[in-house]
Design a protein around this ligand. Sequence first.
Ligand SMILES: CC(C)(COP(=O)(O)OP(=O)(O)OC[C@H]1O[C@@H](n2cnc3c(N)ncnc32)[C@H](O)[C@@H]1OP(=O)(O)O)[C@@H](O)C(=O)NCCC(=O)NCCS
Length: 148
Amino acid sequence: MIQILKITTGKKRFLPLLLLGDEQESMIDRYLEKGEMFALYDGGLKTVAVVSKEPKRVYELKNLATDPVFRRKGYGRKMIEYLLAYYHGRGRLFTVGTGAGSSNVQFYEKCGFTVSHTVPGFFTDNYDHPIVEDGVTITDMVYLQREL
Ligand SMILES: CC(C)(COP(=O)(O)OP(=O)(O)OC[C@H]1O[C@@H](n2cnc3c(N)ncnc32)[C@H](O)[C@@H]1OP(=O)(O)O)[C@@H](O)C(=O)NCCC(=O)NCCS
């Protein structure tokens, strides 16, 4: 049975999974305590997500990661659907930023998001090491959004 729990204490115990969604711990620390965390269990832990409240009734997905052994089984999409339902009525927009050129963009598009804009140099400006996805060094952040 799939269960999604809101996690309010001991968030750092999810760090191994969180680091798959965001490679640098100092960046995770910027949103972890204030953000709302959710964990999807199906037997064991499968997917974790962190969402922050932004100005203008926007909620932003700051971190999303599925255990590598259990990817492409629908857990990521389940989490997104849960979050859209959870924040429906609380905000106007649900947004996410991810590496421009990474395959995550396709995942979010499959989940109904559309590209809104790009922040050039986000990864080179904010991370202390190169972020490589699918063999490509990521420099820009692309934002996608869905109405709530
Ligand atoms: C992105 C991520 C969370 C997706 O989780 P998941 O549990 O594998 O996703 P799902 O199985 O629910 O996939 C939903 C759909 O997206 C597709 N999809 C998933 N990952 C994809 C990818 N990397 N590229 C293209 N399509 C992808 C699936 O095939 C599925 O499509 P379908 O419904 O047509 O079969 C997971 O790959 C992950 O943890 N990646 C590493 C961390 C990361 O980069 N997170 C994003 C931070 S912004």
